[in-house]
Write a protein that binds this ligand. Sequence first.
Ligand SMILES: *Cc1c(COP(=O)(O)O)cnc(C)c1O
Length: 411
Amino acid sequence: MSVKLPIYMDNHATTPVDPRVLEAMLPFFNERFGNAASRNHPFGWSAEEAVENARAQVARLIGATPKEIIFTSGATESNNLAIKGVAEMYREKGNHIITQVTEHKAVLDTCKRLEKGGCEVTYLRVGKDGRIILDDLRRAITPKTILITIMYANNEIGVVQPIAEIGKLAREKGVFFHSDAVQAAGKIPVDVNRDSVDLLSLSAHKFYGPKGVAALYVRRKNPRVQLAAIIDGGGHERGMRSGTLNVPGIVGLGKACEVAQADMAEESKRLSGLRERLKEGLFAKLDEIFINGSVDHRLPHNLNVSFAYVEGESLLMGINDVAVSSGSACTSATLEPSYVLKALGVGEDLAHTSIRFGLGRFNNEEEVDYVVDKVVQTVQRLRELSPLYEMAKEGVDLSKMQWQVAAGGEH
Ligand SMILES: *Cc1c(COP(=O)(O)O)cnc(C)c1O
């Protein structure tokens, strides 16, 4: 067997640039290098033409029109622009924003910043499956609510939110709806009209495009959304985002959208097949393992599993030729369990031993089989050393044990 190591299975963090995307970008570094804002010579026209072509490619992927697409430096910026832009523009109308607890930090920290400036933010809880509860949302809307911001799909657990239902509710109540669709765009069908989404963020590097370039969809009619800019300058992007356009990056983003749209049906089928192979491989040989988040409402390429009776860091060390993410986030000095898993009610121990597998376009069956073997061997080896696992297997109810010293975990 010839699997090339290390294996990359962390495609929610970023993805490699697809060769077709790279090829489309290359001429724009040195041949067609013009500034898309240069109006009076062919260098500028050529760059502008490429930018407008990319704008149409992005629009097509999400069912929008090209004029509704604003280019930015990343989805972090798109999220900031959407949320802060609405908050400032519609201050007279209200100051209340609704979001939910498992959003990406680019949304949560933006909301926190606005709270300091006098906005009120409701953070909806999620159920054990990772989805918001629509009745909670309905109850949270007040006459002061100007924006609902709920992600399309989660970056850790791959859980897809009930976007069309949220959009319908937002529309009924006359509240704008923004969705961070970074993990969904290019992977599953996203349509801003079907879903009644008014603002939507996506980022090239999460679907085989380059890093540092992204888009924000801003609805132009029924209803028209206006945004206050957060970057001032030359008035590019219809005044919403000043700054010379990153032409090669934008061309790459557009091409990545075109490729994703053309291949989506086939690719998601192939990746969900690989995901099932991974899942079944693990479940066939290991007990006491748990899937985090809804199985039914989930991205096809995501699997997030907790392994009981092992130690998180030892597990990761044991599979160090496989690039994955864990449910522990290193903050300054301490190892914090993931706030997303915590919100689902996953205990600290199981959060620390969770692994996020993010399959991608360039993974294959041999790699999946290698990863299954490696994880199974590592978990089995670690459990052989675990008195807790042995006791659990002997039928001792660990929850009724009286510990003499703290046994780690929830204090
Ligand atoms: C990666 C990611 C972002 C940030 O996107 P950048 O383009 O890297 O700034 C925002 N939201 C989600 C859900 C993400 O996965």
